[in-house]
Design a binder for this molecule. Structure first.
Ligand code: SF4
Ligand code: SF4
Length: 284
């Protein structure tokens, strides 16, 4: 057993025994070498928690199932999870006092099938939790991601027709499973507009036009709020390169409103969530 996994279990046990938290959300053993989210409520069951190179899922969104916990929720957070926590706090979907953050510095995770480092971790800009109530393990060295907008620039170099053709072909593959929305900490409406029925809103058919409306609406909805966790792209069963779309919106926001990364803290408001008289109209 790794030192960090042992320390995580020890920390979890103390938190549960002392009553500091009501339960802990972490990763547990899945089938083969996969992991899946677990909810540990009893000190005797902390051995269900694992920490290894396959702890892929972001966990913060599970707190939305319990908006008014009797005790704090213990939440395991890497860099991406802590940005997701900030995202949910800023969107009034989580109160900081309702969570106890167990920080885990993360070197990056692997695909359980190929054993290769997953794309979202290669592109990660914050391996260490931005905030934690207790840290398990020593901070790792941050490497940044200098190529953050490289894919977007390549896309911008294409003509408008070529760009349309590229995205039309991508969204032709979309099966509207909504996995991208379900994992997304920025997609946190209690009832998504795609699940409602209103004349003139999002149609239910799976075709080019409706799929594109879904993709574009979602991209704009999370345009300045995407924390770049890469989960949407990771879980898409048909392999849509969704980060190209997300980062296009973020690149525009950076260029129009100044350097910005979502979820870095709870103070700096997303540029589209604030209104200024000298706002750039081009963005909209
Ligand atoms: S996860 Fe992929 S296939 Fe599913 S709705 Fe999102 S883009 Fe479409
Ligand atoms: S990378 Fe995808 S899942 Fe993560 S916040 Fe952005 S849109 Fe949501």
């Amino acid at each position: 057993m790794s030192d960090m996994q042992a320390k995580l279990r020890e920390t979890a046990k103390k938190l549960l025994e002392s009553g500091e938290v009501g339960y802990i959300i972490g990763w547990g053993k899945g089938r083969t070498n996969k992991t899946s989210p677990v909810f540990v409520k009893e000190p005797a069951k902390v051995d269900e928690l694992v920490w290894n190179e396959y702890c892929l899922n972001t966990l913060a969104k599970y707190t939305m199932d319990n908006m008014y916990p009797e005790k704090k929720i213990g939440l395991c957070v890497r860099g991406c999870d802590s940005r997701a926590v900030n995202r949910l706090i800023q969107d009034n979907q989580l109160k900081r006092e309702n969570v106890y953050l167990i920080g885990l510095p993360c070197e990056g995770k692997k695909d359980p099938v190929t054993g290769e480092m997953v794309k979202k971790c290669i592109e990660c800009m914050h391996h260490n939790p931005l905030e934690a109530d207790v840290m398990v393990g020593e901070p790792v060295q941050e490497k940044g991601y200098p190529d953050r907008f490289k894919d977007v620039e390549a896309m911008e170099a294409l003509s408008a027709d070529e760009r349309y053709e590229f995205w039309a072909k991508q969204y032709d593959k979309c099966i509207r499973c909504y996995a991208c929305r379900n994992v997304c900490p920025a997609c946190n409406c209690r009832e998504c507009y795609v699940d409602q029925y209103r004349v003139g809103w999002q149609g239910k058919q799976n075709n080019r036009a409706e799929n594109q409306v879904y993709g574009l609406t979602r991209a704009y909805h999370i345009g300045d709020r995407c924390i770049e966790c890469g989960e949407c792209e990771r879980v898409c069963p048909v392999g849509l390169p969704l980060m190209k779309l997300n980062r296009k919106l973020l690149k525009d926001a950076n260029e129009l409103f100044g350097e910005y990364e979502a979820g870095m803290n709870t103070e700096v408001k997303p540029p589209l969530g604030t209104y200024k008289l000298d706002d750039h109209e081009e963005y909209m």
